[in-house]
Ligand binder design. Structure first.
Ligand code: AMP
Length: 354
């Protein structure tokens, strides 16, 4: 039997958990990363360590694998385009185009009928002032259009904010302004879609953040069936519109009036789906690996409700208290420095049987 080898660009915990899922399916994994001793490298067959722009190293990596995917969204498009000339790279570029740039993302979501908070492109003070005037006193947020995650590259704007100073802090970058949604809760849905066009979904999950970083996820989300159905339908529509092969995640706000507004697309597996390793027949990582290696996606068949707790920075010390807790599944990412804000591991606590 021919053994499949999957190449993963990126060496973080998402790559690590994908490599573990691949191993169970008999698929070998090669990691490409610019980091030493990356979390994913520790569980993969081998690693090519080089800069993402190093063509020779990328060529060598492509020679070693049958399929290529990525585990983080800020992978340079030139890297992906070059690799595409050598081996199949999935998901396709359309997904990266929309997920790497917030204006393209919001425009695309709106173009396929998925509502978002009101937003505008901000190139100067006049653009921002017009946006704020139209918001009629509602608080707003400005964000960089690229490379923002976990609340980085964002500033809230209230009535007292000095607009000139805020814009100066962003050093003339193009920004996106959004109205702040007074949400009842934040949810996410993860979708896996295979090359045959079949989709399976996880969620919705309820997500709570601390300092803009996901801290706790609950599945099933305590929201109405109507909201669940709508959130799943929206995410499936997005996956079909993008002709996704792989996994993507849609983060959404549920408003106090019961509407759903899309916030962000993650073009990959997601922290709010880590519980699927312990509480599903097929995890988000397994379905990602299946889809990008040309296999059919499997029914997730969740068998437990869960509470997933992230271990961020020093929280990793708390892992000890979970070793003996019934139904607690501890995952550590083997990172040595517990820096503030760094995701060190997570714990999935299995609740009711579904
Ligand atoms: P983002 O990087 O856009 O995913 O934002 C990170 C977090 O900031 C979100 O999960 C929300 O908690 C909050 N946030 C971002 N945009 C908005 C918004 N327009 N209204 C309310 N909260 C927001």
């Amino acid at each position: 039997m021919k053994i499949t080898t999957l190449g993963i660009l990126g060496g973080g915990q998402l790559g690590r958990m994908s490599a573990l899922a691949a191993a169970r399916l008999g698929i070998r994994v090669v990691i490409f990363t610019d980091e030493d001793n990356a979390p994913a490298s520790q569980v993969a067959c081998c690693t090519v360590k080089a800069a993402y722009t190093d063509r020779e190293a990328l060529h060598g990596f492509a020679d070693m694998v049958d399929f290529i995917t990525y585990e983080f969204e800020n992978i340079p498009l030139e890297t992906v385009d070059y690799l595409r000339t050598l081996k199949p790279v999935l998901p396709n570029n359309r997904l990266l185009d929309v997920a790497q740039e917030r204006i393209a993302e919001k425009s695309f979501l709106n173009s396929i009928g998925i509502p978002t908070a009101r937003w505008a492109k901000i190139e100067n003070r006049n653009d921002l002032q017009s946006f704020l005037n139209a918001a009629q006193g509602q608080a707003c947020i400005v964000k960089t259009t690229r490379f923002g995650y976990d609340g980085k590259g964002q500033a809230r704007i209230g009535s007292e904010t000095n607009l000139d100073e805020t814009l100066r802090n962003f050093k003339g970058q193009v920004l996106i302004a959004e109205e702040i949604v007074d949400f009842a809760c934040e949810i996410s849905v993860i979708v896996a879609r295979d090359q045959f066009g079949k989709t399976v979904t996880y969620g919705p999950m309820l997500n709570e953040h601390r300092n803009h970083i996901l801290s706790r996820t609950l599945y099933p989300a305590p929201v109405s069936q109507d909201i669940k159905d709508k959130a799943i339908a929206i995410t499936q529509r997005l996956a079909d519109a993008l002709k996704l092969v792989g996994v993507l995640t849609l983060e959404m706000f549920v408003t106090r009036s019961g509407d759903i507004l899309a916030n962000e697309i993650a073009p990959r597996t997601h922290n709010s789906g880590h519980w699927t390793i312990d509480a599903c027949a097929a995890s988000q990582f397994e379905n990602h690996v299946r889809a990008v290696c040309g296999l059919p996606v499997a029914d997730p068949a969740p068998h437990h409700g869960v509470e997933m707790l992230n271990l961020i920075g020093d929280d990793v010390e708390k892992a000890a208290s979970y070793w003996t807790q019934p139904n607690a599944c501890v995952h550590l990412y083997s990172k040595t420095d517990a820096l503030p804000g760094r995701k060190m591991g997570h714990v999935t606590i299995l609740k009711d049987t579904l």
